[in-house]
Design a protein around this ligand. Structure first.
Ligand code: FES
Length: 121
């Protein structure tokens, strides 16, 4: 669990292992609307704040690849733009078609106001 207040690995930027972690966004960018999407390498990532935690899931819908994070989440769910499949903000579970969850990225680090992601975790 990581929040915007966390400062894991606070020593300095040099402590981030860039072989493991990739810069994703600043906390300030995320706090502006509470969610954003960003391509990092070949990953389309939906980064958001849910119940005080920073979370990241795939932005690519398991139905036909529509943008899950195009709309603001509501009532704990993201609704895909194309055909309205819904995914839980808790963990990316699909509520429309159970068993087809979005990939969840669980290894995030906040350091000096920047959010980094481990794309391999
Ligand atoms: S592509 Fe997302 S609901 Fe169809």
């Amino acid at each position: 669990m990581i929040t915007t207040k966390d400062t894991k690995n606070t020593a300095n930027d040099a402590s981030i292992d860039t072989n493991v972690y990739t810069f994703l966004a600043t906390v300030q960018e995320l706090e502006k609307d509470g969610q954003l999407t960003r391509w990092v390498e070949n990953h389309d990532i939906l980064l958001y704040i849910w119940e005080g935690q920073i979370k990241a899931i795939s932005n690519i819908c398991r139905h036909f690849g529509g943008p899950v994070g195009y709309r603001k989440h509501k009532d704990g769910k993201f609704t895909c733009l194309w055909h309205n499949w819904q995914f839980s903000c808790d963990d990316g579970a699909c509520e429309t078609n159970p068993g087809t969850p979005l990939r969840q990225y669980t290894d995030l680090v906040v350091q000096n106001g920047c959010i980094y992601i481990n794309l391999l975790a």
